[in-house]
Design a protein around this ligand. Structure first.
Ligand code: SF4
Length: 419
C-alpha cells in the first residue's frame, strides 16, 4: 500500500463541517510548517520517509530527533502525561484469525469462550469499586464465522453477531455502572460503529501495519482476514464518518521492514488528517510469547523502539496523543524522552489479557516515576478531553461523560492509590 492510497477527502458524513475544517480545528496549521527548530537555532527537517528509516536505524542526527520529539510533545501536549484507569473485559477469546504472535485467541475446548453477561457485569462492577473509569472490551474478531461454538453461544443469547453482543454488553455496563466502555471489537462498518456509538464514548482498532505483505504465507497475518490493512483503514475511515473518537496504532517487530513501519505511521497521519477521528496513536512493541510460532523471534530493543517512538512523534506532530504501554518495557521512562504523552489503560485490578506475562505498574509507581521525570500524571476517560463535545459523543451519552470530567476534560480524579 502506498502513501497515496490514503488520499485527502474534502467531505464527511457530519455535513456542514469539512474534514479539513475539523482537522485544523484540532491541529494548528502553523505547526505544519516547513522547518522545525530545536536547541539554539538548528533546523530539523520536516518528516520524510527515507530520513525516518535512517533515523530508526540509528543513522543521522538521532540526538536531534529526540530533541525534536520532546519539543513537539511539549508544544502540543505540555508536561501532562495521561492514563486511563481501566478494567479489561475479554469478551471472547475465540477468534476467526490466527496471528502467529497471539496468545489471546484460543480454540474451543482450550480456553476459547465467551464471557457470560453476569461475568462481564461482575468485572465492570469490580472496576467501579476500584474507581476505574474505563471498561476495555477486547475480543477476537467475528469468531462465529469460524467456530460453531461461537454461533451457538450467540444464538443462545439472542444475538446474530459478536458485535451485537458487544453492543448489548456495553449498553449494560454504561447503564448499570459508572465505568465507560471502550470497544476494540475488530473490523466494523458504518452501521456497526453507529450501533456501538451510544454506549462507547470512544472505540479502537490497531492498524498494526499497512503492508499487505504481512498477509502472505509464512507471515504473521497469513490466513487472518481481519488483518487486511485495506479493511482496517476502511474501519478507521468509517469511525471518522460516524464521528467516533478512535484509537489506532502500530505493532512494532512482527516481521515488517523498517520502511513498512515508517509507511504505516504516515498512513495513520494521513488518516488523522482525512477523517479527524484518530484521537491517539499507540506505538506498541512486540513481545515474543511461549507457545506461539514467533516465540523465538527477537523483540525490539529499548533503544531501537525509542527511536521508533520519537520518529512517530516527529511524523504525527505536536497535537497527536502518542501512547506507549508502560507494562511492556521495564524502563518505560525512556519513552517520555521520545515524545509520548500517554500511558494508555492501566488497571489496578485486571491483567493485560493480550500480554498476560507483563503486569502493569502499580498506579502509585507510575505516578512516582512519571513525576520524577518532570511530568504531571493525570487520569483521563477512554475519550480524550478535546473530543468531549456534541460532535463526537452521542447525545444520549454526553451528559454522563461531562459529569465524569473536570473543567479540563480529565477524569474527575480518583485517588491514585489502588483500592
Ligand atoms: S485478530 Fe487479535 S485475537 Fe485474533 S488471532 Fe489476531 S491478535 Fe489474536
Amino acid at each position: 500500500m502506498s502513501l497515496s492510497s490514503v488520499p485527502p477527502r474534502d467531505s464527511n458524513k457530519a455535513g456542514g463541517q469539512g474534514v479539513q475544517d475539523c482537522w485544523f480545528r484540532r491541529v494548528n496549521p502553523s505547526n505544519l510548517r516547513d522547518v522545525h527548530y530545536y536547541g539554539a537555532s538548528v533546523p530539523f527537517p520536516t518528516p520524510d520517509p527515507d530520513l525516518a528509516a535512517r533515523l530508526i536505524r540509528g543513522r543521522g542526527d538521532v540526538e536531534g530527533l529526540f530533541s525534536e520529539a520532546r519539543r513537539l510533545r511539549d508544544e502540543g501536549r505540555g508536561k501532562t502525561i495521561t492514563f486511563s484507569r481501566k478494567v479489561f473485559v475479554p469478551l471472547t477469546t475465540l477468534c476467526r484469525d490466527k496471528c502467529t504472535y497471539c496468545t489471546f485467541a484460543k480454540p474451543p475446548g482450550a480456553g476459547g469462550e465467551y464471557l457470560e453477561p453476569e461475568d462481564v457485569m461482575a468485572i465492570a462492577r469490580a472496576g467501579e469499586t476500584y474507581r476505574c473509569t474505563e471498561a476495555l472490551f477486547t475480543l477476537g474478531d467475528r469468531p462465529e464465522d469460524r467456530w460453531q461454538q461461537a454461533a451457538s453461544f450467540l444464538a443462545r443469547h439472542g444475538c446474530d453477531s459478536t458485535l451485537e453482543y458487544v453492543a448489548r454488553m456495553t449498553e449494560r455496563v454504561l447503564v448499570e455502572t459508572g465505568v465507560f466502555p471502550h470497544a476494540n471489537p475488530g473490523l466494523m462498518d458504518d452501521d456497526e460503529i453507529a450501533m456501538l456509538r451510544p454506549s462507547n464514548p470512544s472505540m479502537g482498532l490497531m492498524l498494526e501495519n499497512s503492508s499487505p505483505r504481512l498477509l502472505e504465507p509464512g507471515m504473521p497475518h497469513h490466513d487472518c482476514p481481519d488483518k487486511d490493512p485495506g479493511l482496517r483503514i476502511e474501519t478507521i475511515r468509517a469511525a471518522g464518518r460516524e464521528r467516533v473518537p478512535f484509537t489506532s496504532g502500530v505493532l512494532v517487530g512482527i516481521g515488517e521492514t523498517i520502511e513498512e513501519l515508517v509507511e504505516s505511521v504516515f498512513v495513520l497521519r494521513n488518516l488523522a488528517a482525512e477523517a479527524g477521528a484518530i484521537q491517539e496513536v499507540i506505538v506498541q512493541n512486540f513481545r515474543a510469547k511461549a507457545d506461539t510460532p514467533k516465540r523465538h523471534d527477537a523483540e525490539p530493543t529499548v533503544p531501537f523502539f525509542a527511536r521508533v517512538v520519537a520518529v512517530a512523534r516527529w511524523i504525527l506532530g505536536p497535537e497527536m496523543n502518542l501512547q506507549v504501554p508502560p507494562n511492556l518495557t521495564e524502563g518505560f521512562e525512556a519513552y517520555l524522552d521520545a515524545g509520548i504523552n500517554d500511558w494508555g489503560g492501566v488497571s489496578p485490578l485486571t491483567i493485560d489479557w493480550v500480554n498476560p506475562e507483563a503486569p502493569w505498574p502499580h498506579l502509585d509507581e507510575l505516578r512516582t516515576r512519571t513525576e520524577a521525570a518532570g511530568f504531571e500524571l493525570r487520569p483521563r476517560l477512554p475519550v480524550y478531553p478535546e473530543y468531549i463535545d456534541a460532535e463526537w459523543i452521542d447525545a444520549t451519552l454526553l451528559p454522563k461523560v461531562e459529569a465524569a470530567v473536570d473543567d479540563d476534560g480529565y477524569a474527575l480524579a480518583p485517588e491514585m492509590e489502588a483500592a
